[in-house]
Design a protein around this ligand. Structure first.
Ligand code: RP5
Length: 161
């Protein structure tokens, strides 16, 4: 059975970041698959993944990449399914290269671009869940509960530790 969300990434080295998205989707009970799909090293895989995404029934794609991070934009070119881009933090340029590579899409092919790194990956999952929750009342309840629990975990005042 096709999962709701496809988490794709350019390299195995992106997984520690992208796992943050997977963890959130697990917490929310959203089905997903995780695949390595590189715009540069496996372009044919990118093309077939994008071509098959809608017919397979995927509903949201989370795409993470670093450096010359062309994966999210190329995927958005190939499928009308919403693509959420995660700029992976790089050693050379701290992920600013990834961010700029993902965020400046030309008119017509949007990528919802998140923050650099782990927070961006987690937020990508939350945004994917929010999109899915528009048509899924049970998921909407779980997402509301997740958000309430996060708010409740924030203490009123700072402490010296
Ligand atoms: C990108 O190049 C990947 O998304 C990764 O962030 C970066 C480096 O890949 P590796 O050299 O670690 O495989 O395509």
């Amino acid at each position: 059975m096709t999962p709701s969300v496809g988490i794709i990434m350019g390299s195995q080295s992106d997984w520690p970041t992208m796992r943050e998205a997977a963890t959130i989707l697990d917490e929310l009970g959203v089905t997903y698959e995780a695949k390595i799909v590189s715009a540069h090293r496996t372009p044919d895989r990118l093309w077939s993944y994008g071509k098959d995404a809608a017919p397979r029934g995927l509903q949201v794609i989370i795409a993470g990449a670093g450096g010359a991070a062309h994966l999210p934009g190329m995927m958005a070119s190939k499928t009308r399914i919403p693509v959420i881009g995660v700029p992976v933090q790089t050693k050379a340029l701290s992920g600013v290269d990834s961010l700029y590579s993902i965020v400046q899409m030309p008119k017509g092919f949007p990528v919802a671009t998140m923050a650099i790194g782990a927070a961006g990956a987690a937020n990508a999952a939350l945004l994917a869940a929010a999109i899915l929750a528009l048509q899924d009342a049970d998921l909407a309840q779980r997402l509301d509960a997740w958000r309430d629990a996060l708010s409740a975990s924030i203490q009123d005042e700072p402490t010296d530790d």
